[in-house]
Ligand binder design. Structure first.
Ligand code: GRG
Length: 301
């Protein structure tokens, strides 16, 4: 497949899968009373602001690859997007990166205030576990395993751990090994669990060859995702990204560009993408996930 065909297919997949996920998210946060409606408004504000929806697409596409029913994976797709969006709201708060722009709009706390933004994020984290365990289309064992994996990925042993290493790195130079640990957790953990939840929905449990292939693929594209993010932070514009750029330098962050030039980082991303694709390409129907990996390595936002 030519590179442009890959990109076209990936964009089509992201758009199809986003529609499915958004239709479920859209039903979750509704009117409320005059006392609490501003909570749901704030949650909807960030959730329905677009975003590439890469993580829910990974859930749905791994489920599809391994012969599952998309409807069985949909609550899991919504759960990862809820946790991702909550992490963006929290990451933008004044006590974290103190950002004004996200998904092309003023950040949640700029519109609703810090307290509501904090609670919106808190609420969505908890709701993610609710929608996961409420996925009665899959077995109780599968739901329990999904909750366990999601907790590992989002909490103190995953994304939160990555974030704390990131904060430590603002005042300390990290080694490249520490940087890899940071990104395998901060960005990588949610990407990995998205692939894992897709496998679970298709009936492939932890330890199966299918799950191992999905994890290997996701570990690699997770690093690629962050490498491209680091490059775009110095080469792109707020208009293209929908968020502020130059923020890594402004916060004295350790990035892949602290260790490698842009061409070297692009070459590493390319090599990891090839490895990711090699792990899944023998499964019939893998062209969709191969296209997604290829797209993520050349994305412009
Ligand atoms: C919510 C449990 C919980 C903890 C929050 C603040 C924090 C702890 C973690 C920060 C995690 C973070 C913001 C990582 C950066 C990951 C990243 C590259 C985000 C950008 O993702 P995209 O490009 O964004 O997929 P869109 O808007 O397209 O969804």
């Amino acid at each position: 497949m030519e590179r442009n065909d890959h990109i076209e297919l990936a964009l089509q997949i992201l758009s199809e899968d986003a529609k499915l996920t958004e239709s479920l998210l859209d039903t979750m946060y509704r009117d409320g009373t005059r006392c609490d409606s501003h909570l749901y408004e704030s949650e909807r504000y960030s959730l329905m602001a677009g975003g590439k929806r890469v993580r829910p697409a990974l859930v749905l596409e791994f489920c599809r690859l391994f012969g599952g029913h998309i409807e069985d994976a949909l609550p899991f797709a919504a759960a990862v997007e809820l946790i991702h969006t909550s992490s963006l709201i929290h990451d933008d708060l004044p006590c974290m990166d103190d950002d004004d722009l996200r998904r092309g709009r003023p950040t949640n706390h700029k519109v609703y205030g810090e307290a509501v933004a904090l609670l919106a994020g808190d609420g969505m984290i908890m709701d993610a576990f609710g929608v996961t365990v409420g996925n009665t289309r899959v077995s109780p064992e599968t739901r329990a395993e999904a909750v366990r994996l999601l907790s590992l990925a989002a909490g103190s042993f995953g994304m939160v751990k990555g974030q704390i290493i990131d904060m430590y790195g603002e005042t300390h130079a990290l080694t490249e090994e520490e940087l890899l640990t940071l990104h395998n957790n901060k960005t990588g953990a949610l990407i990995r669990v998205s692939a894992q939840l897709g496998c679970l929905a298709a009936g492939y449990l932890t330890g199966t060859p299918e799950m191992a292939a999905a994890e290997g693929y996701a570990n690699r594209i997770g690093l690629v995702f962050q490498m491209i993010d680091d490059i775009l932070d110095v080469t792109s514009t707020p208009e293209a990204m929908g968020k502020s750029v130059g923020s890594d330098a402004a916060h004295n962050k350790n990035t892949f560009l602290s260790f490698h030039s842009i061409p070297e980082t692009e070459a590493m991303a390319d090599r990891l993408t090839h490895e990711a694709v090699a792990l899944i390409r023998d499964y019939p129907g893998s062209d969709r996930l191969c296209a997604l990996a290829a797209f993520l390595a050349v994305r412009k936002h």
